[in-house]
Design a protein around this ligand. Sequence first.
Ligand code: PHE
Length: 445
Amino acid sequence: MQNRTNFATKLGVILATVGSSVGLGNIWRFPFEAGRNGGSAFILIYVGCVLLLGIPCILAEFLVGRRSHANPVEAFGKLAPRTPWYLVGLMGIFTGFCINGFYCVVTGWTFSYFLTSLRGSFFEDGTDYSRFFTEFSTGTWQPILWAVLAMLAVHWVVSRGVRKGIEMSGRILMPVLFLLLLVLGVRGLFMPGAAEGLRFLFMPDFSGVTATTVLSALGQAFFSLSVGMGALLTYSSYFSDEVSLEKTAYQVAGLDTLVAILAGIVVFPAVFSFGIQPSAGPGLVFVTMPEVFAGMPLSNLWSSLFYLLLAIAALTSSVSLHEAVVAFISEHFELSRRKASLFVLMIVVCMGALCSLSIGVLGKYTLGGRNFFDMLDFLTSAFLLPFGGLLTTLFVGWKLGPASLQEELSSHGRYRVRLIKVYLFLIRFVAPICILAIFLFNLLM
Ligand code: PHE
């Protein structure tokens, strides 16, 4: 295979990888899933899923990526030649297209809301934000054009390559993201509804917990961590041996969870301050937040900062979704990075257009009550990502086995890994059994 590059610095590794994980999943999806599933109890289950299932899956993906230094399909093929394991990688590529399909639409929305906030007129008296969002998101051309614009930005970053594109964008954008989040979080804590918002987030009430809550939390954890489709695998294939996989896994899981909780602190105090229902669903940050901003002094400023935060988060995650697929296509078909990325862009834009239209003019075509957009969202987070995680842990735990785990986690003896037995147990038994149990429980209930 051709010479592959690595990320240049350790900081670059962390910022790029956290950039993949921290995304719309944390700031758009987490608050509405938490709101829909009763708040704090969901969050506790979510954190449990991250610790017991998310971290072992991240470690397993990192291991496959760095050990093979290859794209998702060839990674499995290289580590287990002449076996069907490469299909796990192929499933990841399919999942990547599916997520990208709806992700680019929401990324487009964030771009549009950011620019609309910058222009003063968004906060003129009497604007009905729910109507505004419905009219905008169900429109035919506008949302598609925004999605295309978002994908062009992603294409630009990915075409510049691993160091100049992905690593550089993480190094510039992630510090900005954390700063914005901090400013907005502090603002949230000083809202009149802060106490109620924080109670909703942190006082567990298990009365409403069902099997679906657990499946939602599991899906949310996988989606938010970017685990189960080969995005982290692809990034870790650019890690050098100096990177400690264990440390990086904790940093990614820790920062990702922190950002989700901070996003909750930005959104819920504001929501309660204005007497809005926390269970508003996907429109939460596009309908409720503008309403909240409209009632605040300096509406344009706060709103612009908030949507800039969302846009940055969305962009760096989109880059990783795109990269996993581009790495496979460019390496497998021996195409240049730019050509492969252009090809992926075209497919994603077509899927994005269908997703966007499925909210609007194609709204009457549904399957089990779900339009194409909701179907892709549900299929990927509730099924494909956990299933990908399940297969990857089985692969690492049983096919590669303890010696590879020890070798790779210790970077060939460079680092001491104290919890190796715990990781082996989690990867071999806990993660696969729990994921399977949650699937079965939901099928039978
Ligand atoms: N983790 C990203 C987010 O939270 C989404 C994502 C999922 C990115 C899977 C890559 C792979 O928004």
